[in-house]
Design a protein around this ligand. Sequence first.
Ligand SMILES: O=C(O)CCC(=O)C(=O)O
Length: 257
Amino acid sequence: MPVRVMTDAQRIAFETNGFLVIENALTADELREVRAAADRVEQLWRADPALPGVRKPELEEVIAPINYDDTLLRLMWHPRVFPIVREIVGDDVSMIDNSYYITPPRTPRTHAGWHHDVGLPGVYHPLSVMMVKVFWLLTDVNTNSGGTAMLPGSHRLPMDFQFPDVADPKQMPGAVQMTGKAGTAYLFNGRVYHCAVNNESDQPRKVLIYNYGHVWMKVWQGYEPSPRLIAEAKASGDPVRLQLLGAVDPYGAYLRD
Ligand SMILES: O=C(O)CCC(=O)C(=O)O
């Protein structure tokens, strides 16, 4: 059983809304360290257009930043956030994908319209938690910065629920805009209906995204941990690191303490 770390207010907020905000998830020192690592990764990635990612006017995405820098690897089991993810997903928690998103200033359009992250055949999603995604804000994000918008409670809606079509993502009735200072983390059930709004500001929005699921699920294609990370996890013998990187028996592994 996962150790219970969530407060009652957090459990109720997550169950009812489908998302949770953790302010100051990173201390000032940690934020400095994580930003420096993200900057190093961005530099390496920009220097080699063959490295995997998205390079579009509405989004730049470094695929699998944990493969580049161990500070970003360690963020995957950060002590203020990972225990919450584990409590929600369960002891069979593992990594599905990870990204570094840079939304350029003044995007011409959103990079992600309204969607659910999960819609698996054979799963009754309104009562399931298949994925939990954590966003780590590396820049301050306000309502104009190209951040995520979510429909609270939408993870519980029937599978055939008809959402309205909206031309501008901001027009979705009932949507809540995720904002926060750099160092904030927010996490959500991958069934919550969400999108990114346009970045109407003069600043890039920078976020690290870590998506967790169950260890028997496959890693999102193209986001696999590098052979180096697997070898180092095996050498470490650390059960959390091994399981998050999928270097375990997918039908037998679960974290024990
Ligand atoms: O960029 C965002 O805030 C939204 C990203 C998104 O839709 C996703 O990760 O599924």
